[in-house]
Design a protein around this ligand. Structure first.
Ligand code: ADP
Length: 481
């Protein structure tokens, strides 16, 4: 059986207490590997290794850091097929999705932030006649990067790349549910010649090592993507130490569909927006709000397309929907569907667990589900389900669309579907969301600020926001005399 050990100080180390957790392939339900169940001792070793590596790594020239990170990206690219297979084995997502989205994006993240290091400049201010001021942006030291199971390598590299490029050393804590590609990243880092201790990969369950990792005085910043509940625990732990934190958390994202939209484009994109990765992307559109005048037509057309989605073994090329992440998550999603029925909602398609033939007979599959007839304030319209479940609600006018869209504790993303540009801008300005896409979904540009409002997040990453997060600004004032 495959074993994923920790990568600390350039060495592969088994957890000091010797315990491992099972790693399950969600498409088959079978345990295929064991992952280190690290504890406080391992966490301290990783932090020490990072501390030890920092003085030298932070002195590397930008050109040298660029070169080694580009080498790392090239090696990831050379192992793309293996990485995509690992991602599918861990997550149950279609192999085609891992090949076309997850792995290419992980490589792009690495190259984007590696090359940014060549283009940074900092501000200076002339304070005539007395002085001038300039700003140093220096690495923080050791930072923690904590990532989730839905887009494992994609989200890990999204944080890791800017942290390393700015000269920090990292303790990376991938999700214990999906450790495979993080393990391969450790191999690639070693192959690329990244100095020992610059990147440490610490496996294990969050609660078992989280406290040590997030409250240790040597950890200067925590960049986290995961649930709002865990984000809250991290924020509470970090607050007394005044650590920098960046939290990317849940979403309950609305799509606002107006009658004057490009109907075909909207329909095709919303099927993707709702069900990509089995609805397990924080940016997925999980609440579709539709102008009354086209509501019935939309529902009929949308349901027809959702019913046509191919749910099958993730390894098959025709598969569009794979398994959800775990038996527990499947049960949670089915619990929401049961609630919808109890509340008098109508299930237009899906609503059931799917039994697959052959090797996937014990996998965790759910038929893509479309529900309407629910009150805006019910759990299904307020809480993040994070699965292949979408609700539909009609609206009469712009004001009602906005009220429905904004009335949740979350504020991550929204999409607006209209050909009326003035209306689109009006909506964008008034939506409580960190990201608004007009006539598109998940149109990502790595330069733009990324993050959420309200319970969806704290801070922004991406582009210069990531740069600022992973550096400390120091203002230097020089007298002109
Ligand atoms: P989900 O519920 O979607 O699995 P989590 O927020 O639990 O999301 O997990 C996201 C990441 O946070 C994972 O790497 C997980 O191990 C980690 N994590 C969970 N709890 C803690 C904690 N108390 N401290 C630090 N990290 C944690």
């Amino acid at each position: 059986m495959i074993k994923f050990d920790n990568y600390i100080g350039g060495q592969w180390l088994s957890p000091q207490q010797g315990h491992y957790l099972p790693v399950i392939n969600p498409a088959t339900g079978a345990v295929y590997a064991q992952v280190a169940a690290s504890t406080a001792e391992d966490t301290l070793s990783a932090i020490n290794a990072a501390q030890h590596a920092f003085p030298e790594w932070s002195r590397w020239s930008n050109e040298d850091r660029f070169a080694i990170m580009m080498r790392l990206a090239d090696l990831l690219e050379a192992r793309s097929a293996e990485l995509a297979l690992a991602e599918t084995t861990d997550t149950g997502k279609p192999l085609s999705l891992a090949q076309s989205v997850d792995i290419p994006r992980a490589i792009r993240n690495t190259r984007f932030f590696a090359s940014a290091v060549l283009h940074v400049s900092s501000e200076s201010y002339q304070q005539e006649p007395a002085a001038w001021h300039y700003v140093l942006r220096q690495p923080l030291g050791t930072v923690a990067v904590i990532s989730p199971w839905n887009l494992p390598l994609y989200l890990l590299t999204w944080k890791l790349a800017p942290a390393l490029a700015t000269g920090n050393c990292v303790v990376a804590k991938p999700s214990e549910i999906t450790p495979y590609t993080a393990h391969l990243l450790g191999e690639v880092a070693q192959q690329a010649g990244l100095p020992p201790g610059v990147l440490n990969i610490l496996h294990g369950s969050g609660p078992a090592l989280g406290k040590t990792l997030t409250t240790h005085p040597h950890i200067k910043a925590i960049s986290f993507t995961g649930s709002t509940q865990t984000g809250r625990i991290l924020a509470q732990g970090a607050a007394p130490h005044f650590k920098k934190i960046s939290l990317e958390m849940g979403g309950k994202n609305a799509a606002l569909v107006f009658a004057d939209c490009d109907y075909e484009n909207m329909l095709n994109t919303l099927v993707q927006a709702a069900f990509s990765n089995q609805g397990q992307i924080c940016l997925c559109a999980s609440r579709i709000l539709i102008a009354e005048s086209i509501y019935d037509r939309f529902r009929a057309d949308f349901v027809e397309r959702v019913q046509a989605l191919v749910v099958a073994d993730p390894m098959l090329p025709e598969t569009q929907q794979g398994a959800v992440i775990s038996a527990a998550h499947q049960a949670k999603i089915m619990g929401y569907i049961a609630q919808a029925i109890a509340l008098g909602g109508t299930i237009w398609c899906g609503g059931t667990v799917l039994k697959m033939p052959g090797r996937c007979q014990n996998g965790f599959f759910i038929a893509p589900t479309v529900i309407d007839g629910l009150e805006p304030m019910c759990a299904l319209n307020q809480e993040e389900i994070f699965g292949p479940v979408v609700t539909l609600q009609p609206f009469e006018d712009e004001a009602r669309a906005l009220a429905l869209a904004n009335h949740t504790p979350y504020g991550l993303a929204a999409t607006v579907w209209t050909r009326d540009l003035a209306k689109a801008h009006r909506m964008a300005a008034q939506l409580d969301a960190g990201l608004v896409w007009i006539n598109s979904w998940m149109q990502r540009d790595l330069r733009v600020p990324f993050g959420g409002m309200k319970q969806s997040g704290l801070g922004r990453e991406g582009g210069w926001d990531a740069w600022r997060f992973f550096t400390e600004a120091k203002s230097v004032g020089v007298a002109n005399a």
